[in-house]
Design a protein around this ligand. Structure first.
Ligand code: HOZ
Length: 430
């Protein structure tokens, strides 16, 4: 497959953008080679600058639950843009989106809209610190909560991909306030509470990890976090930036029937435009300025275009009572097919899946249940599989430590195509 125009575009970008990309994983550092530059996307497909077509399973890293450029979303954004792109003042549509979120996410009774997942998590932690008067937080190795200083400790996603889970520029003081536990290991959380309990403001967790590849919570893990945080007067934060409106209309908290104190959202609620949100009970959210003293602001927060795209996406989800069942069925077929392809080609791998998010781990057949077991996977095998897939027109995340997303634009036929190509790609490894 020729990608000359992508290569030239990357060379030009490298001259004026650090590493040639505006977010690190995109640079293909985890898989080698040079990134594909895209010209357009429609439904489940992407077209690159050279005119090559790809069946897309990245979905812009999660937001595109209804695929690329669904007409309803495009029309809503265009109509909003015609009315004005930003006012720096409240609009009724923001209240409408807030009401939708409150109606659907079990633990959220009041919500603040921001511009990205990073802003949401950073603000949620400030809120937890403001309420408790405590400074430390617990996060889990391999979980990624955006790039605010407090979270760039043992971070997953691009940080793990580039082998830089801790970043220069994070002060020692900030790092000292971030305590790291092991995902699915409640003992490691217990130990931190035993040592530092009275100073711990919050535990922040991806209820289904999506940034060390997909790692589901072990039975009892989330309820145990709920209990231990309550016992110690800390707040529990579910980072549902990926899982919110992806695993169900109420996110992972609805799926697992376990509610946090604070929830962070992003991706799907912006329908592909930049957005984030954090929400909680009214009692908690009344601490947020201007209702309360915990400061947080943003010129473009509640942006009319992002809110219009989010509302249109939620309408697509809500008008189809079988929306999540269909995604789940397609993703289950994909996961089962990938497992069979691995068996047929003699590749020892495991597929972790929750709803429409999944990861094929080249783990030599061992289960992947935390960061260390994810790190133990064969990244070179993933890189070869990635390129063999790309060359066959299947676009996967350029890292072993990310998720594959199925959207409502995918069809059974698309899954068949993906499985046929994946078998060929896996055949290149054996
Ligand atoms: N942190 C994102 C994936 N979990 C990557 C964002 C991007 O490169 O666009």
């Amino acid at each position: 497959m020729q990608r000359q125009r992508s290569d030239s575009a990357f060379a030009a970008a490298q001259r004026c953008i650090p590493g040639g990309v505006n977010s690190p994983v995109r640079a293909f550092g985890g898989v080698g080679g040079t990134p594909v530059f895209f010209a357009s996307g429609k439904g489940a497909f992407l077209t690159d600058l050279d005119g090559n077509r790809y069946l897309d399973f990245v979905g812009s890293w999660g937001p595109l639950i209804a695929g690329h450029a669904p007409p309803e979303v495009v029309e809503a954004v265009v109509a909003a843009a015609r009315r004005g792109t930003t006012f720096g003042a409240p609009t009724e549509a923001e209240t409408e989106l807030a009401r939708e979120i409150v109606a659907l996410v079990p633990s959220v009774k009041m919500v603040r809209l921001v511009n990205s997942g990073t802003e949401a998590t950073m603000s949620a932690v400030r809120l937890a610190r403001g309420i408790t008067g405590r400074s430390a937080i617990i996060k889990f190795a391999g979980c990624y909560h955006g790039h605010a200083d407090s979270f760039l400790i043992a971070a997953g996603s691009g940080a793990a991909t580039l082998g830089a889970p801790d970043s220069p520029g994070v002060t020692r003081g900030t790092a000292a306030d971030t305590l790291v536990a092991q995902y699915n290991n409640i003992k490691s959380v217990d130990n931190l509470f035993a040592e530092r309990g009275p100073s711990i403001a919050a535990v922040i967790v991806e209820p289904v990890a999506g940034n060390m590849g997909v790692v589901p919570p072990a039975p009892g893990f989330l309820p145990a976090l709920r209990d231990i945080t309550r016992k110690h007067g800390s707040l529990l934060i579910f980072d549902e930036v990926i899982t919110g409106f992806r695993l169900s209309a109420g996110g992972a908290q609805q799926l697992y029937n376990c509610t946090p104190d604070i929830t962070t959202l992003g991706k799907t609620i912006g329908g592909g435009l930049p957005v984030g949100a954090y929400g909680a009970s009214q009692e908690i959210m009344r601490y947020v300025a201007p209702a309360g003293a915990v400061y947080q602001a943003g010129t473009l927060s509640g942006n009319p275009l992002a809110v219009a795209a989010g509302l249109a996406t939620l309408r697509i989800i809500r008008r189809d009572p079988g929306f999540y069942e269909r995604l789940d069925r397609l993703a289950a077929r994909l996961a089962a097919g990938l497992e069979k392809n691995c068996r047929d080609t003699g590749i020892k791998a495991v597929v972790n899946r929750v709803g429409s998010m999944l990861t094929l781990f080249f783990s030599n057949g061992s289960p992947v249940f935390d960061y260390n077991s994810a790190l133990a996977c064969d990244r070179q095998a993933y890189a070869r599989y990635f390129h063999a897939s790309l060359d066959r027109g299947i676009y996967l995340a350029p890292s072993q430590f990310e998720a594959l997303f199925v959207s409502s634009a995918h069809t059974d036929e698309d899954i068949d195509i993906a499985l046929a190509k994946s078998k060929q790609a896996l055949g290149c490894l054996s």
